[in-house]
Design a protein around this ligand. Structure first.
Ligand SMILES: [Zn+2]
Length: 361
């Protein structure tokens, strides 16, 4: 290692700094949206667009091992520590001071690191990557959220590419009368409320927002007017979700969620759909449940049930709440982590909705 690095215990190596005019106010929520330390030793980050990042490296001392960290503007809600594996001792998400978020990666002893060669590369206005180490033994990915999600993702995806690999019959979406129906899709949680947090840090809010956006796209292509209760990571109470749907006099309301089991049991998986009242709500729930099961082979059918959730109880149209799998379950989480599966789930929900609309109208 260079002299520079060995000189002092508390010597920071400043890796890279991005300057940008857009500096977020202190009170805002964390600019870190998702991160993933992949099996090849590459760290990928997703942030708010045009975020200022600062990255540092510090050699081991008596207390800590070698550490790499990145500071983000915006306040972290829940400081937490995630156990590492392979060369990684642990990963900490902390709040070094009010209004800041710090992601710390602490390495185990005897991991060969060469920070002088490190480069943080901007992949996009909101995505970054940096190669940190070369895993000697196998290293299992650690991360939270979906780093690949991009704001513009769905707009770019003009040809529904994601359906190509699956050329089967469920790709046929039923037709409905154009410009006749209004549907409200409600991605659960959002903003400071991430909902369920599952294996590897996968967050309900990210998964359901992405799925909801695809459902909207698919239904829109069929001439259905679709509105989302939220379009991005914002905190949204239950009341405005309901009043939004009631005011616009939607034909149906579909709230999309993912589950977590108590005690985060990995053996608990499955899908379920809730309605509160009426045969229409029940029929809609049934149609959706049937379709999501078809794209989730092996995951248990937890059934169509009556539930007293606020959003389906207080909406005036047929309303359902669908749980697309357990983020804490081994089988479901592994699937929901994959973009291809989230697209299949979205497709299934859209199909259930269209079947309902074409039948009941
Ligand atoms: Zn939820």
């Amino acid at each position: 290692m260079s002299k520079f690095l060995n000189k002092k215990l508390f010597h920071y190596l400043y890796v890279f700094l991005f300057l940008n005019s857009a500096i977020l106010p202190v009170k805002s929520s964390s600019a870190l949206a998702a991160w993933s330390l992949k099996t090849n030793g590459v760290l990928e980050l997703r942030t708010k667009s045009n975020t200022n990042l600062k990255a540092y490296f510090q050699r081991a001392n008596q207390i800590y091992g070698d550490r790499f960290w990145v500071d983000f503007p915006g306040e972290l809600k829940k400081p937490r520590t995630i156990r590492g594996n392979g060369s990684i001792k642990e990963i900490r998400l902390g709040k070094p001071e009010n209004g800041k978020t710090r992601l710390v990666i602490e390495f185990k002893e005897n991991t060969y690191l060469n920070p002088l060669t490190w480069r943080m590369v901007g992949l996009d206005k909101n995505r970054w990557r940096i190669k940190l180490f070369r895993p000697k033994s196998s290293f299992k990915r650690i991360g939270e959220g979906l780093v690949t999600t991009r704001d513009s993702n769905f707009k770019k995806n003009k040809n529904i590419n994601y359906l190509k690999n699956r050329g089967q019959n469920y790709l046929q979406l039923p037709n409905v009368k154009q410009n006749k129906f209004k549907v409200v899709i409600d991605p659960g949680h959002g903003g400071l409320d991430p909902g369920a947090i599952g294996i590897g840090g996968i967050r309900e809010t990210d998964v359901v927002l992405e799925v909801s956006k695809i459902v909207k796209k698919l239904l829109s292509e069929k001439g259905v007017k679709v509105s989302l209760t939220r379009n991005n990571e914002v905190d949204l109470d239950l009341f405005p979700r309901v009043s939004f749907a009631n005011k616009m006099n939607a034909d149906i309301f579909v709230s999309i969620h993912a589950n977590a089991s108590r005690g985060k049991r990995r053996d608990i998986n499955g899908l379920e759909t809730f309605y509160f009242r009426g045969w229409r709500g029940r029929l809609l729930a049934k149609k959706i449940q049937k379709q999501i099961l078809r794209v989730s082979p092996g995951s248990p059918d937890r059934g169509v049930k009556q539930g007293r959730f606020y959003v389906i109880k207080n909406t005036r149209m047929p309303a359902v709440l669908v749980e697309i799998g357990f983020l804490t379950g081994r089988l479901d989480a592994r699937r929901l982590e994959k973009e291809a599966h989230r697209k299949r789930i979205a497709y299934a929900i859209a199909k259930g909705i269209l079947e309902y609309l074409s039948k009941v109208g």
